[in-house]
Design a binder for this molecule. Structure first.
Ligand code: SF4
Length: 290
């Protein structure tokens, strides 16, 4: 007998405050017919970046190629020296779309490296060492040592001696952050700066809750998006999960013999992609289960 398929979208899914703000700033500038560019993709969602490119928001990979016009700084920040170099060029107007939560982490990093009481301590960033946010955060330490720790294995292998200041990448899971802090605390005196942003936590909690109550989760967002990938990891520990970027990846056979499907999306996934995928799933339900 055919089952009725229930579809539910997570309570917190899609664009967060920081990404919404960045996209609005980019669109506003483009609508004024300004020459606008971003240094690297403004957010980690290839489809939304492509939509902005159609509005003439150009992506640059080399800072030397920009001579004039408006440059939008991406949500997760750019390295300190690069920012200074852009400020010095009077022909360039900077639109700073760095998320305020990332800015807060940058300010903490800068303070830790200049504060007399902190400057002899090692700064630990709990995060992904290749992520642009982490690379930018590291650049704010202008004296002393800064080390990135990604996971508990690296924390266990950390052999340096001395006191530590520990800062988190904004999109870390609290579990990974807390486990690493716990390990480091055994050997070091630590001061902890938890800079994980609430939008990330809200999305993770909602995704986990929904994943526990459905037969299948579809996690929507860029493969290059750290927070979407973590949502997929969280969901997959609770139910069968597919991480997709676009509606084209959906396969009808996923919905065979299941009663419920949950949808969630990373903080850089726009509503138009989520809506398109929801519509497609509803269509499959009508075709297959009605
Ligand atoms: S995920 Fe958090 S830190 Fe990142 S842009 Fe969104 S609100 Fe800002």
């Amino acid at each position: 007998m055919k089952q009725r398929l229930k579809i539910k979208v997570a309570d917190n899914a899609g664009f967060c405050f920081g990404v919404k703000r960045a996209i609005n700033l980019a669109e506003e500038a483009a609508d004024k017919k300004r020459k606008v560019c971003t240094l690297g993709p403004i957010i980690h969602n290839p489809q939304e970046v492509e939509r902005l490119e159609k509005k003439k928001v150009e992506i640059l990979t080399d800072i030397n190629k920009i001579k004039s016009g408006f440059i939008i700084l991406r949500t997760h920040g750019i390295p300190f020296d690069l920012h200074k170099k852009l400020i010095k060029n009077k022909n360039i107007n900077i639109i700073d779309a760095t998320c305020p939560f990332v800015k807060r982490a940058q300010v903490i990093m800068e303070r830790l490296s200049t504060d007399i009481k902190s400057k002899d301590k090692i700064v630990i960033i709990v995060g992904e060492r290749v992520h642009p946010e982490v690379i930018a955060l590291m650049s704010y330490v202008n004296s002393g040592k800064c080390v990135v720790i990604e996971n508990v294995t690296e924390a266990k292998n950390f052999k340096d001696s001395g006191d530590l200041n520990i800062v988190s990448q904004t999109t870390q899971t609290p579990e990974n952050f807390e486990s690493i802090v716990k390990i480091l605390k055994k050997q070091h005196k630590v001061k902890v700066y938890n800079t994980i942003c609430k939008a990330t936590l809200d999305r993770q909690k909602s995704a986990e809750k929904l994943a526990k109550s459905v037969d299948l989760m579809i996690v929507i967002g860029g493969r290059n998006s750290g927070n979407t990938t973590r949502l997929a990891q969280i969901c997959s520990t609770n139910t069968k999960t597919h991480h997709i970027e676009t509606v084209e990846s959906i396969k009808e056979e996923w919905f065979k013999d299941i009663g419920s499907v949950g949808l969630t999306a990373g903080a850089s996934t726009p509503d138009w992609i989520i809506e398109g995928i929801k519509k497609k799933v509803v269509g499959i339900r009508c075709k297959t289960y009605s």
